[in-house]
Design a protein around this ligand. Structure first.
Ligand SMILES: [Zn+2]
Length: 179
């Protein structure tokens, strides 16, 4: 499969413009978020929503039920590398994610955060992403063993269905607008 997509060396030698394509292929192969973008909205990709420049995906390793990621579709690691249009769209989408998580989970609060760069704690520094983590009093205790209650995180399929049901109308409007 990988070989099929790999551009022929001949193409690169005789067509320097293909170099750009080679770099893109390498990035896409390596980046789980880019792969998600290509798969589109589906349980398999955990992608819940796509706008013209951004997307919302369910975190595969949630800190809490309803933990989603909001990110640009383009493979960008630096916020300053986003165009103004991409930046605006990202934050409109972030608002949509906050709305969906709030309506579906009614959390006591939310953590919004972005770790820019590996030294800042980013797990996938090459493709920037916001974390939206719903919070409830007493959850995510630093000492779960001594805590009286332990956070129970619902399974990903359930979270996906609940959030997708909420986001579906907005997604349909978005698709209509961009088609
Ligand atoms: Zn990427």
């Amino acid at each position: 499969m990988r070989e099929e997509r790999w551009p022929l060396e001949r193409d690169v030698l005789f067509r320097p413009d293909r170099l750009k394509y080679v770099r893109r292929v390498i990035k896409d192969e390596a980046c789980v978020f880019c792969k998600t973008r290509e798969m589109g909205v589906a349980l398999e990709s955990l992608c819940l929503y796509q706008s013209s420049h951004s997307m919302i995906i369910l975190n595969k390793f949630p800190y809490n039920s309803g933990h989603v990621l909001v990110l640009p579709q383009r493979h960008v690691g630096e916020m300053l590398d986003l165009s103004m249009e991409e930046y605006t769209d990202l934050h409109v989408t972030l608002r949509k994610a906050v709305e969906a998580v709030t309506k579906v989970y009614s959390p006591g609060g939310l953590n919004l955060g972005m770790n820019l760069g590996a030294v800042a704690g980013a797990g996938i520094p090459a493709h920037l992403h916001y974390h939206v983590v719903p919070r409830w009093a007493g959850d995510l205790n630093f000492f779960p063993l001594v805590a009286e209650t332990k956070t129970v995180i619902e399974n990903l399929e359930t979270s996906f269905e609940r959030l997708l049901t909420y986001l579906k109308p907005a997604l349909a409007r978005e698709n209509e607008r961009t088609s």
